[in-house]
Design a binder for this molecule. Structure first.
Ligand code: MRU
Length: 347
């Protein structure tokens, strides 16, 4: 099984190198980023995407800010880095990992006695986030693999794979670990309208690893669950509040369908995705542009002047979740998320 990195720091730039996910599956291009502006564009365009990968990108982004703000006076250095950190944090609002990564590295900048030590501390912390993320994904994979039957078909939505993390993946990490443990796992990947992360990215990375994957339209999921062909649904998460799991738009309908057909609905996510301080109603769901729905290639699909609603995420109430698979083990709602995080010192 491959252990491909999705994004990493390159001292020679200095800056971030990453797989440009907008070009997959037809082109595999490693892009580079040496400014905060370029990073923000990459995040907004989903060149870098997926909650844990956004956490890593946020961390590297603050390190980049610390390096590129050195032209400022010593007094202006910290405010300048703080300003850039704020811009990165706001580039996508729903995945809590982004602000988590930004804040974790910014804290190291604020604690440092000067610009040079701040730069080093920021980069060390950002690199640590990336290493920890891979470790978390493997732990999630091992805990999750134990939940799957020796032979099974799993439905997933969007891409919660290596491409959405530092490597290995959360939901797809569970599948990788299960396959590595000798289980025979077939994957049904929902295409994930409108940006097709399931069809383009999940199918690409699983096929590349030799894992059995079939793509369906999102609207086929209910039908296929009803036929009895699905043993479990496994998805990732962008934010887990006390009462809900935020993930790619469409996740909620899979959870409802899974409950209706008595299929376990698993969420695989690191503790960095938990937001114990908020309830569902306090979270902003990102809304994206009309063109993502209205235009495919050169074709216009929606009549001019007709508005669209393009929510990037939805919230699944906790009572529809069978279990959350974390790097510390499997937890079954109802769970006291605040107590869980303080026990694990995640914040
Ligand atoms: O808009 P995206 O592609 O960033 O959305 C990604 C998802 O919804 C993933 O399922 C989620 O971030 C979990 S990734 C391990």
């Amino acid at each position: 099984m491959r252990e491909t990195a999705t994004l990493w720091w390159d001292d020679a730039l200095p800056g971030i190198r990453f797989i440009d996910q907008t070009l997959l599956p037809t082109q595999y291009v490693i892009a580079e980023c040496t400014t905060v502006d370029r990073l923000i564009t990459a995040i907004k365009r989903l060149e870098i995407r997926g909650a844990p990968a956004l956490g890593v990108a946020g961390g590297y982004g603050v390190a980049l800010a610390a390096i590129t703000c050195t032209g400022t006076s010593p007094d202006a250095f910290v405010p300048a880095v703080r300003h850039e950190a704020g811009r990165i944090r706001e580039s996508r609002p729903t995945a809590v990992n982004l602000s988590w990564g930004v804040d974790r590295v910014l804290a190291r900048v604020l604690a440092a006695p000067g610009a040079a030590s701040a730069q080093k501390a920021a980069l060390d912390e950002a690199k640590a986030i990336a290493v920890e993320d891979t470790r978390c994904c493997h732990a999630i994979g091992d805990y999750g693999a134990a939940l799957l039957p020796d032979q099974c078909t799993v439905l997933t939505h969007c891409n919660a794979g290596a491409l959405a993390c530092s490597s290995w993946g959360t939901a797809l990490g569970v599948i990788r670990s299960a396959v590595e443990a000798g289980k025979k796992v077939k994957v049904i990947a929902c295409e994930t309208r409108p940006l097709l992360q399931g069809a383009r990215l999940t199918a690409w990375e699983l096929a590349r690893d030799g894992i059995d994957v079939t793509v369906i339209t999102d609207s086929t999921a209910a039908h296929i669950m009803r036929t009895g062909a699905i043993d479990a649904v496994i998805v990732g998460a962008d934010r887990i509040t006390v009462d809900a799991v935020f993930n790619k738009i469409g996740t909620y309908m899979h959870a409802v369908c899974a409950r209706h057909h008595d299929i376990p609905f698993y969420v695989a996510a690191p503790l960095s995705t938990f937001d114990a301080t908020r309830m569902e109603r306090e979270v902003t769901i990102e809304e994206r542009g009309r063109e993502e729905l209205a235009v495919v290639g050169n074709r216009t699909l929606i009549p001019e002047g007709v508005p669209v609603k393009n929510y990037a995420f939805d919230a699944t109430p906790m009572n529809l979740v069978s279990a959350i698979i974390t790097e510390k083990g499997v937890i079954r709602p109802p769970v006291d998320i605040g107590a869980l995080l303080s026990e694990n010192n995640a914040y």
